[in-house]
Design a protein around this ligand. Structure first.
Ligand SMILES: *[C@@H]1O[C@H](CO)[C@@H](O)[C@H](O)[C@H]1NC(C)=O
Ligand SMILES: *[C@@H]1O[C@H](CO)[C@@H](O)[C@H](O)[C@H]1NC(C)=O
Ligand SMILES: *[C@@H]1O[C@H](CO)[C@@H](O)[C@H](O)[C@H]1NC(C)=O
Length: 385
């Protein structure tokens, strides 16, 4: 290793010691690291004019005649930051999720058709902070980028897209024998299980682009696994092989425009009060000049809440509170938290690669948006390895 001192600093900043760092940060760092691998080299360099200098690291990618390494800055270092300031700035809490009205997965799955409980949510804050990465300067721009990176992760965590039991925070389950909140199973425990159980991809991939974004974190093998087997990167002579998402990943960052909801409402019939006159069209949030469409992106992912996150053996309704004993009703059967590490729950999630895909989608979209916003027009946007 040529730059061991630098890498040691960066690794310290990435906070690899579980005892020191909240576990939940790994998901955000993985998303940021996947994004880092997909950034144009000029964008990586530009990050250093936004992020603080302790996120810098020297890299010999892209290869050049220069003897000196390029200076890049790493998105993962500050990906968890908005969680660390939540208690200091309580107003920022609601920016991490969205609560659709009438949504009670898995029995009733609504995502914006009847509105949101608050206009300040992960969808509107994604627009807000993405726009501010372009318009702000100095510390405000740095903060906007930290939020942007973080919120791309949150918007792809299915339980950040529902308000049932505070996004599963109030649902107690067992995971690998330990009592846990359903929310943290998805934020943390499933990801840690994937990291722990992956035994291959410990060696470097033949790609300077990818390897220069991996700085020695415990989740590096998982990032390589997702890139290689999910996205087919690095491609072999342009061929992505049998990558899991070979037919769809190129379209993940696209925004088709939001004609569908409005068209459906127009068809409701003449003379009738259109649905949109009572509840705002949920896709309105996508109506910006930015290359993002938070509603269009998250709307199909809301089905993961109903199909996987609140699927059996998670109870379809919150267990009844214990009765106070003086009434003649028979007391309810004591509730035992169900174990989720069973084939019908975790087995399905793993078979369908739900976690891997959400991490990949978030990272690919984040990088595409940053490449679009920060790349000078004249530069070519194709990536070489
Ligand atoms: C980082 O910036 C601070 C001031 O903003 C400066 O004191 C420090 O020397 C810089 N560190 C490096 C490694 O450039
Ligand atoms: C972002 O939100 C802040 C606080 O609500 C507001 O002052 C600002 O105008 C918003 N910016 C954009 C670009 O939406
Ligand atoms: C790596 O391990 C995973 C399971 O942990 C397996 O699905 C995959 O096929 C392995 N890949 C290679 C190239 O060995």
């Amino acid at each position: 290793m040529k730059f061991s001192a630098w890498q040691a600093l960066l690794v310290a900043a990435l906070c690899l010691l579980p005892s020191v760092c909240a576990w939940g940060i790994a998901g955000h760092q993985i998303v940021a690291t996947i994004a880092q691998t997909q950034l144009h080299p000029l964008v990586r360099e530009q990050l250093c004019s936004i992020l603080p200098n302790y996120t810098q690291y020297p890299s010999h990618w892209p290869p050049s005649e220069d003897v000196l390494p390029r200076t890049h800055c790493h998105l993962a270092v500050l990906a968890g930051w908005p969680d660390t300031i939540r208690s200091r700035y309580p107003w920022s809490g609601q920016l991490h999720y969205v609560n659709p009205v009438d949504d009670h997965p898995p029995t009733q799955c609504y995502y914006g058709e009847t509105g949101w409980t608050s206009p300040n949510n992960v969808l509107t804050s994604l627009v807000n902070y993405t726009s501010r990465v372009v318009t702000e300067t100095g510390w405000e721009r740095d903060m906007a980028l930290r939020f942007m990176v973080h919120l791309f992760g949150d918007a792809h965590q299915p339980l950040h897209l529902t308000g049932r039991a505070r996004g599963g925070n109030d649902v107690w389950v067992h995971f690998e024998g330990r009592k846990a909140r359903l929310h943290s199973v998805w934020d943390t425990l499933l990801i840690n299980k994937e990291i722990r159980e992956l035994s291959n991809y410990t060696t470097r991939l033949p790609s300077g682009r990818i390897e220069s974004a991996l700085v020695g974190a415990r989740y590096d093998p998982l990032v390589r696994f997702i890139l290689k087997e999910g996205l087919g990167q690095p491609a072999i002579r342009g061929d992505v092989g049998n990558a899991w998402w070979r037919d769809e990943s190129a379209s993940w960052p696209a925004c088709q425009g939001h004609a569908s909801v409005s068209d459906a409402q127009m068809l409701e019939g003449e003379g009738q009060l259109a649905f949109s006159s009572m509840v705002e069209d949920p896709s309105r949030v996508d109506d910006t000049d930015l290359p993002i469409c938070p509603y269009e992106w998250t709307q199909p992912m809301h089905s993961l809440v109903c199909d996987y996150a609140f699927a059996a053996p998670v109870p379809a309704w919150e267990p009844a509170p214990p009765s106070d004993g003086d009434d003649s009703e028979p007391s309810p059967i004591p509730f035992t938290e169900p174990e989720l590490d069973v084939p019908e729950y975790v087995g399905r999630i793993e078979r369908d690669k739900v976690i891997h895909k959400q991490l990949a989608k978030a990272g690919v979209r984040l990088a595409a948006v940053l490449n679009t916003l920060l790349l000078p027009d004249e530069s070519v946007s194709t990536l070489s390895d």
